[in-house]
Design a protein around this ligand. Structure first.
Ligand code: AMP
Ligand code: ZN
Ligand code: FE
Ligand code: FE
Length: 296
């Protein structure tokens, strides 16, 4: 059984339509795929329809942009009811924060002599729920200013670079609680990935586990073998589920092909078990309708 629990479609900053992503996952021989676009469930209906046709199990998810003690943390949320008001409000704030800073980001680039317009960025964003830095990067590629997304971040868009602007991120512990209340489960994406720091640290993870966190994405391309070993041990100690995934973005991110990392079927079963319990509580206590997996 091959299980990939972290992918992005065109609805955020990937390059495949949600349905095409599901077909690609099936063609790669995956048995289970999760669609986890940034801060939105907008790709779910199309992905679910194609999963049912194609015969692959689909986990409806999202990757929420959160912050903890000033550090950006990505939180994977699986199977929550996205209409639960506290969750919906956080997602809306993040998406609005991402889109609202776009004119100022473009103005910064204009100041550097780059003739980019907001319309250029919106044109490459297509059906994305919001225009973020990856879309600005794509627009810079299209304009011939940089060769690829990486160069755009390195020169202009990364923290500390001239066109960097911060935006709203949901407080991490609040996001964990909102996901649980919405009948879903949460897993910290690439916990010690991009930052190169071991943050959130072991104490933070213990606190989050008490707040309802279900797992850690241990097997991710941004983690070296040593980091994976340490996170795996920590997850075991805290009783957290261990996941592995590609963080596939189509052609938007190199080195992240579908299925490059996968989740152990037993760990997946534990995650679904926790989700079933959260969903039952959300249905009975709050009258919510968590989506459940689409079975192959
Ligand atoms: P935003 O939410 O608009 O600030 O964009 C954040 C997204 O940009 C992240 O989720 C990543 O997918 C991408 N990203 C952040 N830093 C980099 C980087 N250094 N190189 C490439 N992509 C990046
Ligand atoms: Zn992304
Ligand atoms: Fe991420
Ligand atoms: Fe991601």
């Amino acid at each position: 059984m091959r299980i990939d629990l972290h992918t992005h479609s065109r609805v955020s900053d990937g390059t495949d339509a949600p349905g095409d992503l599901v077909r690609a996952a099936k063609a790669q021989g995956l048995d289970v795929v999760a669609l986890t676009d940034h801060d939105t469930a907008a790709g779910w209906p199309e992905a679910a329809e194609v999963a049912a046709e194609t015969g692959i199990e689909l986990v409806r998810g999202m990757e929420i942009s959160t912050e903890h003690q000033g550090h950006s943390v990505h939180l994977l949320a699986y199977l929550p009811d996205p209409a639960h008001p506290p969750l919906a409000a956080e997602l809306e704030r993040v998406l609005a924060g991402r889109s609202d800073r776009l004119p100022q980001m473009v103005a910064r680039l204009n100041d550097l002599g780059i003739a980019l317009t907001v319309e250029d960025v919106v044109a490459v964003s297509g059906d994305a729920a919001a225009s973020g830095r990856p879309h600005v990067a794509d627009a810079l590629v299209r304009l011939g200013v940089v060769a690829d997304r990486t160069e755009a971040f390195d020169r202009y868009l990364a923290w500390g670079r001239p066109a960097y602007l911060s935006r709203y991120a949901a407080p991490l512990a609040d996001a964990v609680r909102a996901v649980t209340e919405a009948g879903g489960v949460s897993v910290i994406a690439h916990p010690w990935g991009r930052s190169g720091r071991e943050r959130p640290d072991a104490d933070d993870l213990a606190m989050l586990s008490r707040a309802g966190l279900s797992g850690l994405e241990v097997d991710h391309q941004d983690h070296a073998p040593r980091t994976r070993a340490r996170l795996r041990a920590l997850a075991r100690e805290l009783g957290l589920v261990v996941t592995g995934a590609s963080d596939y973005h189509g052609t938007g991110k190199v080195g992240h092909p579908l299925g490059v990392n996968t989740t152990d079927p037993e760990e997946y079963a534990r995650l679904l078990d926790r989700a079933a319990r959260a969903a039952e509580a959300a249905r009975t206590v709050r009258g919510l309708v968590p989506p459940g997996v689409v079975r192959a």
